[in-house]
Design a protein around this ligand. Structure first.
Ligand SMILES: NC(=O)c1ccc[n+]([C@@H]2O[C@H](COP(=O)([O-])OP(=O)(O)OC[C@H]3O[C@@H](n4cnc5c(N)ncnc54)[C@H](O)[C@@H]3O)[C@@H](O)[C@H]2O)c1
Length: 344
């Protein structure tokens, strides 16, 4: 069977993971590289040749239009900043390329809706890189909510407190100056995880965003949210990129019919307890390499969609429901009060 041929657009921090998992996957081939930064193009082309051999050197260029015109491909993998992807989506649609776009699909809800509509009109599948759904801890947490274990969740508290030094050389720089960086870049993962593990959709949101005096971000690095989901689930969420301690704080506790589930680290440390238990029981998790194995899991499902006709994972249309949560937080915080999601 022909491998699925990818053009990778945007060769920054995140693209490194994708280049690695694409090179390793027997059914995928990297045939094109796109970046507006010449230096990154040269470096990525050199590294790709070293990984795959000179005969498989990808075609390089500054625009997706140009590269898609020059090489036969199946998929455009967008690893660019989320703002201003219109020309990349248009180029993929006109070349008939399927799209796998890094989260968030856009940095406004309206742009994301336009991208989903454009892909739909062109008949190209559009998936979004929500790799955290594929972490072992996420899968195990979701399983805890089954009827024969803790039972359905009713309320939860999710805290994410991080000192994110956005000036570190290996990190992207655009969040330093974008609007609402915490919400668009980080909370979007958390909102998606809530919808995924609770198997519920948001109904209404109250929120407050702000920026502490020591924040290095131009816009709000802090958010506090109250979320009501279908099935009557209530969640209190607090997220920050300007927590004033180098040590990461992460805790996601969910109260269920028969007890609690507690995740204490982003990539593991999951426990549960029934109401009368004296201590949490640890849930054993498979060993994994964070960021890499979860990207592999997503890629596997994406490839299966084309190979075996399985459902497209993390579709753009589904992602809009998480982006609506971001939009609702922004509106609620700017004075609209409690925002109902079906009004967005
Ligand atoms: N899923 C995850 O866990 C995860 C982790 C990190 C980043 N991301 C996402 O990946 C995306 C990229 O993030 P990053 O950290 O790699 O950013 P980055 O700034 O490190 O890299 C972006 C690259 O895109 C290039 N670029 C910008 N505009 C372009 C254009 N119009 N055409 C071609 N190239 C262009 C830049 O030159 C740069 O090389 C973002 O959406 C981010 O949220 C996802």
């Amino acid at each position: 069977m022909m491998p699925l041929r990818f053009i990778l657009v945007g060769l920054g921090a995140r693209s490194r993971i994708w280049r690695r998992v694409l090179h390793e996957h027997p059914d995928c081939r990297l045939v094109g590289l796109v970046d507006t930064d010449d230096r990154r193009l040269v470096e990525a082309a050199r590294e790709s040749s070293q990984a795959a051999g000179d005969s498989a050197t990808p075609f390089v260029g500054a625009t997706l239009d140009e590269v898609a015109d020059s090489v036969d491909a199946d998929v455009a993998l967008l690893c660019t900043p989320p703002g201003g992807r219109h020309s990349q989506i248009a180029a993929a649609c006109s070349a008939g390329l399927s799209i796998l776009a890094e989260k968030p699909l856009a940095d406004t809800l309206r742009d994301a809706e336009a991208h989903v509509a454009a892909a739909d009109e062109a008949g190209v599948p559009l998936a979004v890189g929500l790799n955290f759904r594929y972490l072992a801890v996420t899968e195990a947490l979701k399983e805890l909510f089954s009827d024969d274990r803790l039972g359905p969740p009713e309320f939860g508290r999710f805290t994410y407190e991080r000192w994110r030094d956005g000036h570190l050389p290996h990190l992207n720089k655009y969040p330093l100056t974008m609007g609402q960086p915490m919400l668009w870049e980080q909370s979007i993962h958390h909102f998606d995880l809530m919808r995924f593990v609770y198997d519920a959709e948001p109904v209404s949101i109250s929120a407050r965003t702000f920026n502490p005096s020591w924040s290095m971000y131009a816009d709000d690095a802090n958010v506090g949210v109250l979320i009501s989901f279908t099935n009557g689930i209530e969640v209190t969420y607090q997220g920050t990129w300007a927590g004033n301690w180098q040590q990461m704080g992460f805790e996601w506790r969910t109260e269920c019919q028969r007890g609690v589930a507690v995740q204490r680290e982003m990539f593991g440390n999951l426990g549960y307890a029934f109401r009368d238990d004296a201590a949490l029981s640890t849930v054993p998790l498979r060993a994994e390499e964070p960021w890499v194995d979860d990207a592999r899991g997503l890629l596997e499902d994406f490839v299966s969609h084309f190979r075996d006709g399985t459902p497209l994972p993390c579709s753009g249309a589904d992602h809009l429901n998480s982006l609506r949560m971001v939009e609702a937080c922004i509106r609620a915080s700017s004075g609209e009060g409690t925002v109902r999601l079906n009004e967005l």
